[in-house]
Design a protein around this ligand. Structure first.
Ligand code: LLP
Length: 420
């Protein structure tokens, strides 16, 4: 899972860099990513698509550091964005907007304008009223907006309720039963060009079946649309493939794509379409860790706490989803392990990173919080006026600082005291 992390003579290395050297040079907490791990995850997807017309997009929301975007652009990725800000990041990283799909339920007019200006590949439209707005905006600019309708296939992806998106009761997409009438309406609107169909059923999915079930639902629609004379150029199957955080056994990237391509190949209409994906977590999740130092060990009558210098503001997933991240000492000790709740310095009981972890540690020790490459830094905040950690990308024995630690003053730079 994390084969870029290895134990060499009792100390953990990220690729060929000792984590102790990163802590020494950049301090803690710090996010550490592996260039090789990101590349190889992406390469597994592209190899599974060899010889096919496929655009594997990277869902920027998982980790939007410019170096990550740049690296994936060089590997041939497209990008899935959900805001004008993410489009600006793609541009700032030097990647091409013609490989960008624009998803999201709440695109503003100015975001639409910006995306049309730069010529994104497709808008994944999520409601009828969005369709009308996009038609108006595109028409006023004398442009044709390429659109896909995001269909909500009502498939249970079996994930955490906060990250499941393809159920009827979710806010996402247009229901399967309304999709055809919405497409027919789209076909009558000026300023729009129908190019595809899209779905995304959720995240951290560890089975193949829900993906195939969603594809089946889309296949029905593609056939029905064709019977109404609406022909599509692409099929976007979203992202959502899960990773191993705690022993989960998601299908391999290849097994997942093979299953989908087998289904596509068996259908003469689907076979004609270019296929797109929007993977986030499965590209970067296991390519990152959060490096932190134990500040205090605090035994209490109820529990032992290991208070570390990373907190919920740096990695929100445990507090928000009760998510599990493995926590391992950087230089394992021989002593008797004890059970600890690993918590941060933030003033909230919800500020925990791991519960009941067996660790042999002392104050001052470094810990690595694993599988933190996706939705880690991207969801961080400055709560408690904590500067966000630096991000370091290792590449062999080189370490690149790809985002500096925030200076505290930058956190209130935009604020002013009252006059007088
Ligand atoms: N496409 C769309 C339209 C999405 O909404 C998402 C994720 C993705 C693609 C990428 O999904 P992935 O391949 O990463 O599963 N913060 C949560 C995850 C939220 C996912 C939201 N949408 C977490 O930390 O688990």
């Amino acid at each position: 899972m994390n084969d870029w992390i290895s134990d060499r003579n009792g100390t953990l290395y990220a690729e060929d860099v000792p984590l102790t050297a990163i802590a020494q040079q950049f301090g803690t907490p710090a996010y550490v990513y592996s260039r090789a791990a990101i590349r190889s995850a992406f390469a597994e997807f592209s190899q599974a698509c060899a010889g096919r017309r496929v655009l594997v997009c990277y869902a920027l929301k998982a980790n939007s550091n410019l170096a990550v975007i740049d690296l994936l652009a060089r590997e041939g990725a497209g990008f899935d964005i959900v805001s004008g800000g993410e489009l600006q990041r793609v541009l700032a990283a030097g990647a091409s907007p013609s490989r960008v799909v624009f998803s999201g339920v709440g695109k503003s007019e100015s975001e639409m304008q910006m995306a049309l200006e730069h010529g994104v590949r497709c808008f994944n439209v999520e409601s009828e009223t969005e369709l009308h707005r996009l038609s108006r905006v595109a028409q006023s600019m004398g442009k044709l907006a390429p659109v896909s309708i995001r269909v909500n296939p009502d498939v249970d992806a079996g994930t955490h309720p906060y990250i499941s998106t393809g159920l009827r009761e979710n806010k996402f997409g247009i229901s399967h039963e309304h999709a055809v009438s919405v497409y027919r309406e789209a076909a009558t609107l000026p300023g729009l060009k129908i190019v595809g169909i899209d779905c995304h059923i959720g995240s951290q999915i560890t089975e193949i079946a829900p993906f195939v079930a969603a594809l089946d639902k889309l296949a029905e629609l593609v056939a029905e649309l064709a019977s109404h004379g609406i022909r599509l150029a692409h099929l976007d199957l979203g992202g959502g493939l899960g990773i191993d955080y705690d022993g989960e056994q998601p299908p391999s990237r290849k097994a997942m794509l093979d299953a989908l391509f087998a289904r596509i190949d068996a259908d003469p209409t689907l076979r004609e379409l270019e296929v797109m994906f929007e993977f986030g977590r499965s590209i970067v999740g296991n390519a990152g860790l959060l490096l932190t130092r134990v500040e205090y060990l605090k035994p209490t009558p109820a529990k032992n706490f290991a208070i570390v210098d990373a907190a919920m503001n740096d990695l929100m997933r445990p507090a928000l989803y009760e998510a599990f991240h493995r926590i391992v000492p950087v230089a394992p000790r021989a002593g008797q392990p004890q059970s600890y709740d690993v918590v941060g310095p933030v003033c909230e009981s919800g500020d925990w990173l791991g519960r009941d972890r067996l660790l042999a540690i002392e104050e001052g020790d470094l810990l690595a919080i694993l599988s933190a490459g996706a939705y880690g830094m991207a969801m961080s905040s400055n709560y408690n006026t904590r500067p966000r950690p630096p991000e370091i990308m290792v590449d062999g024995d080189a370490m690149h600082l790809i985002r500096a630690r925030e200076p505290v003053e930058s956190l209130y730079d935009l604020e002013t005291r009252l006059p007088g």
